[in-house]
Design a protein around this ligand. Structure first.
Ligand code: RIB
Length: 315
């Protein structure tokens, strides 16, 4: 049995305060909600939990505060099976996300970064051994940009593939884009990077946006389009549309994180990028049928059972 090189996630850890309502209110409007829940979240921690629940070894590098949420967030990560040696602590609040979820499962999110804002290049240096031994590194943009820039240069130097989820979208240097193995925006993030390059028009298709991102230097692009599926493109000539699984969404929060964690696991298990994207779509589909970010991540057995029964029902 070959040794599995761990996946390392460098990113945010949040407590999600989630209010459900029939619809997301407009600016200045108040609506009466239907429920309120508190779940562990954060794009980094969600991706780490997605990997762990699929049974793949994963380490997380990030930061917690000194508040009551810190211990709860730590314990959720630990019980999911995430290795926490790379998680530091600092005085002040942990990251918090205030999330509104509509009855259709759509969401809108405000993140108060708290301790996530203190994840620094020094944390990368202090955990260099984890990165050197990783099979793949995953990151997002809920930690400071200079840390992401430093991380991408370290991954390039150490020859460790980096998957960058540009969420929330923020301007990135050409150098970072060139150092990323897979760049994984959703539709609104893809539109941001397309227009940053000055070439995006309102009528641009996913194919156009992927070409723009490749011309900006990305080696590989996975456009995540929710119920419309995903689109893969690479400098090596790959161009592939992957359909979505049709499910009834309860809560789409962290579907993109489920996708990224599973895509990385697929690649690490030796699947092709196409097979990994199909697997990731299956995992993300299971996640949207459940409430919450980390609690929605399926195990490998659950993901495989879903995909098998889905194809059996279609044939
Ligand atoms: O991607 C979903 C996540 O975004 C939530 O868990 C929330 O914490 C925000 O970071």
């Amino acid at each position: 049995m070959p040794i599995k090189k761990p996946i390392v996630v460098v990113g945010s850890i949040n407590m999600d305060l989630v209010a459900m309502a029939e619809r997301i209110p407009a600016i200045g409007e108040t609506v009466i909600g239907t429920d309120f829940q508190i779940h562990p979240g954060g794009k980094g921690a969600n991706q780490a939990v997605a990997v762990a629940r699929l049974g793949y070894p994963v380490h997380m590098i990030g930061k917690l505060g000194s508040d009551a949420f810190a211990a709860q967030l730590r314990s959720h990560l630990e019980s999911a099976g995430v290795n926490l040696a790379g998680i530091g602590e600092c005085a002040g609040p942990s990251g918090v996300a205030v999330i509104l979820v509509s009855s259709k499962g759509e969401n809108s999110i405000v993140v108060a970064p708290g301790a996530n804002a203190k994840v620094s290049p020094k944390d990368i240096i202090d955990n260099l051994n984890l990165i050197r031994e990783a099979g793949m590194v995953l990151t997002q943009l809920e930690i400071p940009l200079d840390t992401v820039e430093y991380l991408s240069s370290v991954c390039a130097r150490e020859n460790v593939p980096l998957v960058l989820d540009p969420a929330p979208a923020s301007k990135l240097s050409q150098k970072v884009l060139e150092q990323v193995e897979w760049f994984t925006p959703n539709e609104s993030e893809a539109a941001f990077y397309g227009s940053e390059n000055g070439t995006h028009s309102g009528s641009a298709t996913p194919v156009d946006v992927a070409e723009i991102l490749l011309s900006m230097g990305c080696k590989g692009v996975v456009l995540k389009m929710g119920s419309k599926g995903s689109y893969l493109a690479s400098q090596k000539g790959l161009r592939e549309s992957i359909p979505a699984f049709e499910v009834k969404a309860v809560d789409t929060t962290a579907a993109g994180d489920a996708f990224n964690g599973a895509f990385a696991v697929g690649l690490m298990l030796g699947k092709s990028s196409r097979e990994s994207a199909v697997f990731a779509a299956g995992v993300a589909s299971v996640s949207v049928t459940r409430a919450g970010a980390q609690p929605s991540m399926p195990t490998m057995a659950e993901a495989v059972a879903f995909m098998n029964s889905y194809s059996a029902n279609r044939s």
